[in-house]
Design a protein around this ligand. Structure first.
Ligand SMILES: Cc1ncc(C[n+]2csc(CCOP(=O)(O)OP(=O)(O)O)c2C)c(N)n1
Ligand SMILES: [Mg+2]
Length: 582
């Protein structure tokens, strides 16, 4: 009798969606309501899912992304049709560029109105086609259960990425008895996990014979959970390791074989090691232009082994001797078994000489806060036991250079798209995923204003994210390029004036010292604000922020002319670094 009842279970599309999310153990959703998603919210109303109402859909999608990066589980966000879904676009593209598993659910106008320029109609699947791993317009409620399962499968397997499900309002209301899905079988999507053993053996031979090997590791190590194996490979073969921005935390930042980040704002010694290397072992990285510098001069003496789960990434930008397609964890497991124990005394000595001669450094100045010191202090106070998100610009690069990330999933940063406004909502998502961890957003004064409204979300839900603003009064990274390559013509980068030519602008004299005053902004939202003007006060302020309940802004006034060095000018070779040690 009872059994018959369950067999005939009938659900609306919206009910089925919420039940499916619960079935997938989704505990938190970030989003914003609107006309075409009221049915879904009406079902969420009775569910035990934690819902986080952000103040902008961009906040929701970045929060879901931060949740995913911090936890390794897919993040889920929801928005209404039209402006709701277009507000998700930047966040979806951010997740796509950094291979983050994300499910974006959008409402759509009823199917009979699609194509009619209906109120709040946009072609969401059309707009997001190029920035999602896959997307769906659900035309029939009977297909919904299968689509949801497929969406999660695609988002989380292979090279992960965002998947969008666009659900018209009538589909949400329509009833179906098709509430479970069939085993997933998607023709044309069968990610390769196990690398070819023949290729792995060949790679081991190259590694055994190399004299000056370097491991170049990317975010793929973190995604696949291969950090321990990476360390084993490096230690067994006595090979120095450099990582991309996305790879920071994949290898202990304090390990003696660690070279720091490579590329445009990488360390001199990482870049020199790459340029002198005879074998680059690239794992879960894609030879992005910020990493390679001038491609034709990149690593002139090196053979390249390229391990990646995405076959389209392998050999895309550089010539690769040994391509291996598969999951880094599987491949490294095999590789670690068969490579020989090695010592590269001469090579390590050479690398260590560069480390000593060309360290990352900065000078502390009087009367201002040193941004690099702030980053070091956050690490000291938290003992590195924290999750750090960044915004984009100089703030991001100072974090990458001076915070020694020891563990995976402790740095959240928009690497591929470089999205200002990412860090704060991502930190909120991270804190929801990992309430046990201190979470900091190390921000620029420009970027933080792109999603500052999420202070309301953080205050109301008591999400204790600590925002450290490295306040230089400028869109600092762009100003740095203008200083170095555009004759100090600071067009539209001075945040105090907004002027095309700040020298001629009277505003500097007239406007208040800070626009906005971030301490007051924090207070206006019901958060705590602290201003710091000198290095001596930095540590105290960070400690106080840690002790204070709820969100805190620590506004650090830094020198507006502080630059991120060393630097490889765009289009130059990795050896042509400026602003480093001579
Ligand atoms: C959404 C977005 N718009 C524009 C840019 C271009 N951009 C890159 S860095 C930067 C300056 C960021 O200023 P701020 O947040 O104050 O950081 P700072 O470099 O000063 O640390 C800009 C405008 C971007 N990356 N993202
Ligand atoms: Mg700034």
């Amino acid at each position: 009798m009872k059994k018959e009842k369950t067999d005939k279970k009938i659900l609306s599309g919206a009910e089925l969606l919420v039940k499916s999310l619960q079935g997938k153990n989704i505990k938190a959703i970030f989003g914003y309501p609107g006309g075409t998603v009221i049915d879904i919210f009406d079902c969420l109303h009775d569910s035990d899912i934690d819902f986080y109402l952000t103040r902008h859909e961009q906040g929701a999608v970045h929060a879901a992304d931060g949740y995913a990066r911090a936890s390794g589980k897919p993040g889920v966000c929801i928005a209404t049709s039209g402006p709701g879904s277009t507000n998700l676009v930047t966040g979806i593209a951010t997740a796509q560029m950094d291979s983050i598993p994300l499910i974006a659910i959008t409402g759509q106008v009823p199917t009979n109105l699609i194509g009619n320029e209906a109120f709040q109609e946009v072609d969401t699947t059309g707009i997001t086609r190029a920035i999602t791993k896959h997307n769906y317009l659900v035309k029939d409620v009977d297909s919904l259960a299968q689509i949801i399962d497929e969406a999660f499968y695609i988002a989380t397997t292979g090279r992960p990425g965002p998947v969008l499900i666009d659900i018209p309002k009538d589909v949400q209301k329509a009833k179906t008895s098709n509430i479970s899905s069939k085993p997933i079988n998607i023709p044309g999507y069968k990610p390769t996990l196990m690398g070819s053993l023949k290729q792995i053996k060949k790679a081991a031979e190259f590694i055994d014979n190399a004299k000056r090997p370097v491991i170049y590791a990317g975010g793929g190590i973190i995604t696949s959970g291969a950090s321990d194996l990476l360390r084993k490979l490096a230690e067994k073969t006595d090979t120095p390791v450099t990582t991309t921005l996305m790879g920071l935390g994949a290898f202990p930042g304090t390990h003696e074989l660690f070279l720091g980040m490579l590329g445009m704002h990488g360390t001199q010694y990482a870049n020199y090691a790459i340029m002198e290397s005879d074998l680059i072992i690239a794992i879960g990285a894609r030879f992005d232009d910020r990493v390679t510098g001038k491609l034709s001069e990149f690593a002139p003496h090196a053979n390249i082994i390229h391990i990646d789960i995405d076959p389209t990434s392998v050999g895309k930008n550089v010539k690769v001797e040994i391509p291996i397609v598969g999951d880094a964890k599987h491949i490294l497991k095999e590789l670690v078994k068969i490579v020989k124990d090695k010592k590269h005394n001469d090579w390590i000595k050479e690398v260590n000489t560069w480390k000593e001669k060309f360290p990352l450094s900065y000078k502390k100045k009087e009367g201002v806060v040193s941004p690099q010191y702030v980053v070091e202090c956050v690490r000291e106070v938290t003992k590195g036991n924290a999750i750090i998100s960044t915004e984009v610009g100089q703030n991001q690069m100072w974090v990458a250079q001076f915070y020694k990330f020891d563990k995976p999933r402790t740095l959240l940063t928009s690497g591929g798209l470089g999205t200002m406004g990412y860090g704060f909502p991502a930190a909120i998502g991270a804190k929801v995923a990992r309430p046990d961890m201190p979470v900091f957003d190390i921000a620029g004064d420009g970027s933080i204003q792109m999603n500052i409204q999420e202070l309301a979300t953080a205050v109301i839900k008591n999400i204790g994210v600590k925002i450290i603003i490295l306040n230089n009064g400028y869109l600092g990274m762009v100003r740095q390029w203008q200083e170095l390559f555009y004759n100090k013509r600071y067009a539209a980068t001075c945040l105090r004036t907004g002027a095309l030519n700040p020298k001629k602008c009277e505003m500097v004299k007239k406007c208040p010292e800070y626009t906005p005053d971030f301490v007051k902004v924090a207070e206006a939202y019901g958060a705590t604000g602290i201003r710091v003007r000198k290095n001596d006060d930095v540590k105290n302020a960070i400690e106080k922020a840690m002790e204070t309940d709820g969100p805190v802004i620590v506004d650090c006034i830094i020198d507006s002319e502080e630059n991120v060095f060393p630097m490889v000018p765009a289009g130059s070779s990795l050896t042509q670094m400026i602003g480093g040690m001579a």
